[in-house]
Design a protein around this ligand. Sequence first.
Ligand code: FES
Ligand code: FE2
Length: 389
Amino acid sequence: MDMNPHESSLAERMRRLTQCGPGTPMGELLRRFWHPIATVETVGKGEAKPIRVMGEDLTLYRGDSGRAYLVGGHCAHRRTLLHTGWVQGEKLRCIYHGWRFDGDGQCDEAPAEGAAVAARTRIPGYALREYCGLIFAYMGAGEAPEFDLPRKAAFERPGLMVLARKQVWPCNWFQMVENSLDAVHVSFVHLAGKVGPFGEAVTASVPELEYLETEAGVRQIATRSKTNVRVSDWSFPNNNHIVTPGRTKDSAWVHRGVWNVPVDDTHTMKIGVYASPSEGPESDRDTLAHFKTYGDYNPAEHHDALFHRGEWPEDPSLQLTPAQDYVAIMGQGEIADRTLERLGKSDAGIVLLRRIFWREMESLKSGAPLKEWRRLAEAVDLPAPRAAE
Ligand code: FES
Ligand SMILES: [Fe+2]
């Protein structure tokens, strides 16, 4: 890593939080975990798509068996893009001179070169796992860890409609993660433009805050009154599990798991699961139709409307909430300059979060054992605040 000896250590420490590329301290730490990288519909059988994750250009393809694979984006030979080639069985053949790669990235045919060249040619190949409509990848070295931390009992209960969605925002991933541990923002940001059911339920009062490090990550408890307590269960390194109001006033609250996965240092994939309790066939059809109509909304595509024209989207749950967060988070800049901040006592969650990341990056650097993050032994109850009571 290039280090400027005159750079202040504060700036350097802050910068470390934001870098995701291979070989950076954070990039290496993040590669120790499973990350969702696409929704399952992104590639059909026999299709290949280009995809960028943590600064790496990759190819996501699905073999004829239906199994998905993630390999390097460029061919080892003369570097053309592999997704423009052909999926053949479970393998991928390059468009340019026909070199063929298996799902682990091993070349097994180089038609104009011969077997010896193929045998010693490899591109990256990463383990994948499908869960709740999302494709997860493990991009680290060695064996992938058990697929445990991303799982939540709340997404696996019977009688749920589990829907997946994804959007990319043009800013650094870490400010999006910090927003998850900033409970005060809800009392302001989610009242901006117009007040949706989320803002209504939470109210504008400023909460008492509590942050606890758990075996999975950080539990955040924001208490606004006896009946208005909001708990969220954040998992290391980038997942937030929360509950938010459903489609209508009478709908049950929805469990959401949202991951902020770096595409690169200035783009972040906000990708997640929306688990809505089934409320009968008619209501489920409406929920699905609602999701189909509004679920693809990405505030980044409405940047000027939000920033310069004060135009807020129509749907209060699937559109307004992310639009409000987008305005606050993008307003911090592409990569927030944390050396200019004035943190206060309400930023306890952000301070704890940074300390945990610095601690883990330090352990990785010195060869000390990392914390063994694991799924909570008991699923935490995430109450739905009832501000009106
Ligand atoms: S560039 Fe892929 S085979 Fe030549
Ligand atoms: Fe928010």
